[in-house]
Design a protein around this ligand. Structure first.
Ligand code: HEC
Length: 156
């Protein structure tokens, strides 16, 4: 297969993945969506046996103050990471979101974490239990607590 054909196939697959993520059941994804080429990236840490433990440790240290240890926290409008609208996004899409953040909505950018650690965190996110998803679709609206913005740029 020529490189041009390969490119077309890649773009087509990425587009398909994109469409699958953009279902109307996914209000967050509608607002904040990873570019398809980022979403199509495979997770290089997926087969690493140490990845879930490393991811858990760093999540606990870096993310739990907003997302809670089990990912279900919604402090400062944080997304419940155990919910299907997050879990149905690709590893590449979640990696992109962790990398870039959405600082206007209170999600910091985590470029300070090494790339492999960001992928490890994505592996850990896959271990979150859907039973912790209490989301009825309206979680974004009720911002009960003030955003811990002050240290948002300093994730460690
Ligand atoms: C200062 C609070 C805060 C910290 C710390 C934080 N987040 Fe977030 N996170 C948010 C908020 C708020 C949102 C919702 C942003 C939006 O939907 O626009 C969010 C959204 C996300 C999303 C996107 C979910 C979706 O709906 O697509 C992912 C994935 C995520 N966070 C992972 C992480 C990870 C992993 C860490 C640690 C490396 C982390 N977050 C640390 C506040 C935080």
């Amino acid at each position: 297969m020529g490189s041009k054909t390969l490119l077309i196939v890649t773009v087509a697959l990425a587009t398909l993945a994109h469409v699958a993520v953009a279902q109307p059941v996914s209000p967050t994804a509608d607002k904040w969506r990873a570019p398809s080429e980022a979403a199509a990236k495979p997770n290089p840490e997926r087969q690493k046996t140490t990845a879930p433990a490393v991811g858990r440790k760093l999540f606990s240290r870096t993310c739990a103050r907003c997302h809670e240890e089990d990912g279900s926290g919604e402090n400062g409008g944080a997304a419940n990471l155990s919910c299907p609208e997050v879990q149905e996004q690709s590893d590449g899409a979640l990696f992109w979101k962790i990398t870039n953040g959405n600082t206007t909505n209170g999600m910091p950018s985590f470029t300070a974490l090494p790339e492999d650690v960001r992928w490890d965190i994505v592996v850990f996110l896959r271990t979150l239990k859907e039973t912790n998803c209490h989301d009825s679709g309206g979680s974004k609206g009720d911002k009960k607590e003030a955003r811990p913005k002050s240290d948002a740029q300093n994730p460690r």
